[in-house]
Design a binder for this molecule. Structure first.
Ligand SMILES: [Zn+2]
Length: 72
């Protein structure tokens, strides 16, 4: 009976430890991701507006801020 209780306490402690490690690594990787997104900007070939690469429209290897500029 006491052995089972100790096993349960050990198991709960292990889960809490693993969960804290997971949260720590998650918090660590999050700002790194934001910095990468911030660095990955391109400027529009028409008006020179800087915007994140994933928001830009790519056409023939050039980047544009909007569909209108991409078609010019
Ligand atoms: Zn533009």
């Amino acid at each position: 009976m006491i052995f089972r209780l100790l096993l349960a306490i050990f198991f709960v402690g292990l889960v809490v430890y693993l969960f804290r490690r997971l949260v720590k690594s998650f918090n660590k990787s999050e700002p790194q991701k934001k910095i990468d997104q911030f660095d990955d900007t391109v400027s529009c070939e028409i008006c020179g507006l800087r915007l994140p690469k994933q928001d830009a429209i790519e056409k023939d290897g050039q980047h544009y801020c909007s569909k209108e500029h991409a078609e010019q």
